[in-house]
Design a protein around this ligand. Sequence first.
Ligand code: TXA
Ligand code: MG
Length: 319
Amino acid sequence: MAIISNCTASIIKDAALALKQGHLVAFPTETVYGLGADATNEKAVARIYEVKKRPTDHPLIVHISSIEHLDKWVRVIPEYAIKLARDFWPGPMTLVLPRTNFAKDFITGGQDNVALRIPSHPVALELLKEFEKQGGLGVAAPSANRFGKLSPTTSAAVEMELGKFLSNADQILDGGASKVGVESTIINCTSALPVILRPGAVTIEMIQEILDIELDLDSAPSKEIKAPGMLASHYSPNTKVYLSGAPSPGDGYIALSDLPTPAGAIRLASPKDNEEYAQMLYESLRSADSKGLKNVFVVPPHNQGVGVAINDRLVKAAK
Ligand code: TXA
Ligand code: MG
């Protein structure tokens, strides 16, 4: 499976055509790389599940290029969700809203709602626009990794995760390393108040400020687990992850740059702040795997801003 870099307009047009013909296209987004399929094509969507080895009751996020296309997928939009969409799209946020008939059970896992996102990565946006120009309605895309594994933040990581399961007509588009590094914030917008189902770079603080409300922080990430993908153990490298204790010589070590490396440990990342931490997180855990390390000790960041999302993923990686 060849990785296609330097995504020109004509390459993106070809990729959109491949999607229309029912093939899979992995593409960069600002959060992580996604494995895309035409969201209205049941056979193509079935291949996503096959390639990822993902249980079929886990619903998928539908990606669109503009708010104008929302009403194809969504029946009703609460006022607060319109505000969120206007402020944070295109960007690292997914909204769960009541579905229309275009969102079939094979996308929503049989739920009466559908998850939607407008990503901001220029290659993703161009691909979605081109796909819509060719008559497409939306692109279903989970993170482009095998089920339960780390999300890829580079095209090389996609190739490593899925290359051998893709066919020659499928494509992997390269758009550089993902800037955010952790998956989008998922917000359930099907009741009177928003509920955060998965924390991400659109933070609780940002949502509260825009909507001028106090969110129940106990519900962020939600205790009312509506997304079946929120399993306790997820985002796992093969190397064992420890969030406390001290590394022995030869163990991996990840911490903010102001913390020194314990004697003999192998430093895998030294991010200067939480944003950089999120950006480097999955690649540094991947590097623990590729170096064949048995253990990696991670010092979690402060639970603030995108730190909430990092801690959420770290706790799952450590299980
Ligand atoms: O940043 C992201 O969101 C990336 C990029 C590619 O857009 N996508 C991503 O998709 O992380 P995935 O499938 O790996 O994770 C999406 C999560 C899953 O846990 C799924 O269960 C949940 O979103 N989800 C999807 N549709 C839902 C729905 N209708 N209601 C509740 N949760 C939903
Ligand atoms: Mg995923």
